[in-house]
Each structure stands twice: as structure tokens, then as C-alpha cells.
Design a protein around this ligand. Structure first.
Ligand SMILES: C[S@@+](CC[C@H](N)C(=O)[O-])C[C@H]1O[C@@H](n2cnc3c(N)ncnc32)[C@H](O)[C@@H]1O
Length: 278
């Protein structure tokens, strides 16, 4: 597939401002990002690129900090090379170690997750993923039936399986993420993850003990009613992919409409991961 590469040069002292930009690009079809010292590269399939939409989407950030971009057509790219040059292993506390296949193992960590990220989001490098991993670690997944919505690489589903969840359904609307979840389940020797490709209509008519969803504010709001319908009474829901201000209150209000009560949240660089109970 042919891609456009947009080289963004950003002048900001706040890492989270660059994250805002990356998140905004993710909402309009950019699916791979490569961090650089003074900015980042963002990639989008040529069929999905619309410069007018891009300019409109970037407008709110123009007043916040300085950035510019240049567009180049990339006929072919070795995505594995992009990932290999970008992907450093990460440690989450002293319990979770996330590495790629090409990094050596660290057996001193009780939980190791091996990810072949390709073009799917979810390597643990993003604060939302690492906060979700921490939340999973702090809560009880043993014997639970779990739905992981917007599974990306399947990293959260893999962590839930390592904590002895019995059945995990992992859904993403991006076929690359669906394939990536199959591959990463196998890499981690996990057999109880059922990957599905689709959006909220793909959520099976079943009842789950726990829902995980690290997506973004608007999609979480759109899917909230469906999450509430498939969550068991007293079931737990962990959400991320949004900011403390103003999103947390908006999400909490939406959750309340469907009987989901806000319990607590974690915060990193303005990003939030929050726990709710039905
Ligand atoms: C921020 S990433 C999170 C990936 C992974 N769960 C993690 O925590 O790192 C969000 C994922 O949601 C998926 N996604 C976005 N909109 C979706 C939708 N409407 N239905 C299902 N998946 C969606 C994207 O393809 C992406 O893989």
C-alpha cells in the first residue's frame, strides 16, 4: 500500500502537546507514528488523506504551540524496520516488561509481554497503554470474562490472560490490529483470546465481568450504552484514551446515564485511565 509521510516539526516544551497532535491525527486515519528529536513522522494510506480535513483538524492546536509539516509520498516502506528502530523495551514498575521479539528476555519481571507491533497501536510506550496495564495489574482478573475494545496489538488482552482471565474477546475495527492480536496472542502462548474485527456492532451479545477500552473520548461516548448493556451487574470497566480536562467529567456523565459509577483514575501527562463499576 502507498502512504503519505508527514514530517512534523514541533516547537514545544511539553511532551503532552505533541501527544495531542498525534491523537488528533489518529482520529483522521493516520496509523503509524515515528518519534523524532524535534517532532515526529506520521503515516497515512494515500486513499485516506485529505489535506483540507487535516488543516481543519489541526486548527485548535495552532494557537497552543508552534508546529509545521511537510508531505512526501512513500511508495513502499519496510514497516518492520520503522518499528525496530523505534521500539525500545519498557518496564512498568518492577512487574511488567514489554519487549519486541528482537529484544532479549528479562526473567526477573513476573510478567513479560512480547509484542510484534507492526502498524498497530499498543506497545506500552504510550501513557494510556501503560496506565491501563497498571490498572489491570492492580485488579483481579482471575476467572473473569473480559472484553478488550480497541485492542490494537492485543497488549491489554494478553496482560488480562496472564492474570488468568478465562475468556477474552479482543475487538478492533482495523484489520491490521486484528491480525496483530492473533500474532501477539501466539507469541505469548495465549489461547483464550478471541479476536474480532469491527466496531461496536461486533460486540457479542454476551455478559462480561470486565471491559477494557483505550480508544478516544468520542468513540467511548458513542459506545458507552453498548458497554453498559454487555457488562454484568457489579462488573468493572476501565477506560483510557482521553484527557483529564475536560474529558473525564464528560465521560463520567455519559457513563452515569447507563448506570456506570466512576470509582477512580490515574493520570500521566494529562492523559487519564479511569475505573467504573456497574
Ligand atoms: C489508543 S489505541 C489502543 C490500543 C491498545 N488497546 C492499547 O491500550 O495500547 C485505540 C485502538 O482502538 C481502535 N479503534 C478506534 N476506533 C474504533 C472503533 N470504533 N471500534 C473498534 N476499535 C476502534 C484503533 O484501531 C486502535 O487500535
Amino acid at each position: 500500500m502507498n502512504y503519505y509521510e508527514l514530517l512534523f516539526t514541533t516547537i514545544t516544551t511539553e511532551d503532552y502537546q505533541q501527544d495531542l497532535l498525534i491523537n488528533a491525527l489518529g482520529e483522521i486515519g493516520f496509523d503509524t507514528f515515528e518519534e523524532l528529536e524535534f517532532g515526529f513522522k506520521a503515516y497515512i494510506p494515500i486513499a485516506d488523506f485529505n489535506e483540507e480535513k487535516l488543516i481543519e483538524h489541526l486548527m485548535p492546536y495552532k494557537d497552543m504551540f508552534t508546529f509545521s509539516y511537510e508531505v512526501t509520498l512513500i511508495p513502499q516502506k519496510n514497516w518492520n524496520e520503522v518499528w525496530e528502530s523505534n521500539f525500545e523495551p519498557i518496564e512498568i514498575g518492577d512487574k511488567i516488561y514489554v519487549r519486541a521479539t528482537f529484544h532479549p528476555a528479562k526473567p526477573q519481571f513476573p510478567y513479560e509481554i512480547v509484542i510484534d507491533p507492526k502498524m498497530a497501536f499498543g506497545t506500552g510506550h504510550h501513557q494510556t497503554t501503560s496506565m491501563m496495564l497498571q490498572l489491570i495489574l492492580e485488579n483481579n482478573f482471575a476467572g473473569k470474562k473480559v472484553l478488550d475494545m480497541g485492542c490494537g496489538t492485543g497488549i491489554l488482552a494478553v496482560m488480562a490472560a496472564k492474570l488468568n482471565a478465562t475468556e477474552i474477546t479482543a475487538i478492533d475495527y482495523d484489520p491490521v490490529c486484528y491480525e496483530s492480536t492473533i500474532e501477539n496472542s501466539a507469541l505469548n502462548h495465549i489461547e483464550n483470546i478471541t479476536p474480532l474485527c469491527g466496531s461496536k456492532e461486533a460486540i457479542p451479545d454476551e455478559q462480561y465481568d470486565i471491559i477494557l477500552a483505550n480508544i478516544n473520548r468520542n468513540i467511548l461516548i458513542d459506545q458507552m450504552e453498548r458497554y453498559a448493556a454487555v457488562l454484568k451487574p457489579e462488573g468493572e470497566m476501565y477506560l483510557s484514551g482521553f484527557y483529564e480536562l475536560p474529558d473525564l467529567e464528560i465521560i463520567t456523565d455519559e457513563a452515569r446515564k447507563y448506570g456506570l459509577k466512576f470509582i477512580s483514575h490515574k493520570k500521566a501527562n494529562d492523559w487519564v485511565a479511569a475505573k467504573f463499576i456497574k
